[in-house]
Design a protein around this ligand. Sequence first.
Ligand code: ATP
Length: 277
Amino acid sequence: SRVKVMELDTKPTITFEDVGGLKDEILEVREAVEFPLTRPESFERFGVVPPKGVLLYGPPGTGKTLIAKAIANNAGVPFLRMAGSELVHKYIGEGAQLVRDLFQMARDMAAANGGVVVFIDEIDAVGSMRTNDGTSGSAEVQRTLMQLLAEMDGFNNRGNIRIMAATNRPDMLDAALLRPGRFDRLIKIPAPDAEARMQIFRVHTRKMAEMGSLVGIDYDELVHLTEGLTGAEIEAICREAGMLAIRDEAEVIDEGRFIAAIRKIRHQDKDDERPDI
Ligand code: ATP
């Protein structure tokens, strides 16, 4: 099971071209995570200490993981991911051991490759505010969090292990995680506005356009019809529009298929909200 909780991508291929919108946010993350790896001497010269850890927060499916991978790619270092949710519901002591394994792997990767980007997704699963119910489950989660804090305290801000984390629930986080020397830089990754949705549609229709398979697409209308949807949902819409064309054995993907796809994804989302019976 230990193989599954950690995801290692030694040569990530995602680039900033694959991310729609988020220009200011990307620059902020680059300054905090990438530049300390690619030009550490600038930080030395100006006596600037980079943040130890960067926390991306915002709704799910908005590009947090994408950005972390693009940063690793740009810096030419491996990307190492662990999901906080995979650290809970483990046997006693196993969560803390997995955290130790993660940081050991990070040190090995950094030594062999000149650096590493560590990305802890859903950090709220282990880093939520302390509960007082005294159950062994939460005590185990506490031990996992303590191990994470100890690991973060154990290395240098200027080092080549760059730590990122993501959460949809920043309000839930234990203050200990946000102290200086831990996740001391918070960057909001918002749901996409109209301009960003336009760019996300461009990203996910790029291949279709290159193949000449798009006809009569009204991007302004698509942007208008996807108000309130995320990047992940727009990606799903583009895939679905392609699937509809394949099903119809059509030559091209037209506006109607995108509109049908939007309708379908919007309905799916509504179905997801229905409680299980
Ligand atoms: P979660 O909190 O659920 O992990 P996340 O913010 O990390 O969400 P990602 O994994 O980065 O979300 O996004 C999921 C998929 O949605 C991506 O692989 C990508 O295809 C698409 N996507 C999300 N945001 C964007 C974006 N801004 N530009 C282009 N594609 C996007």
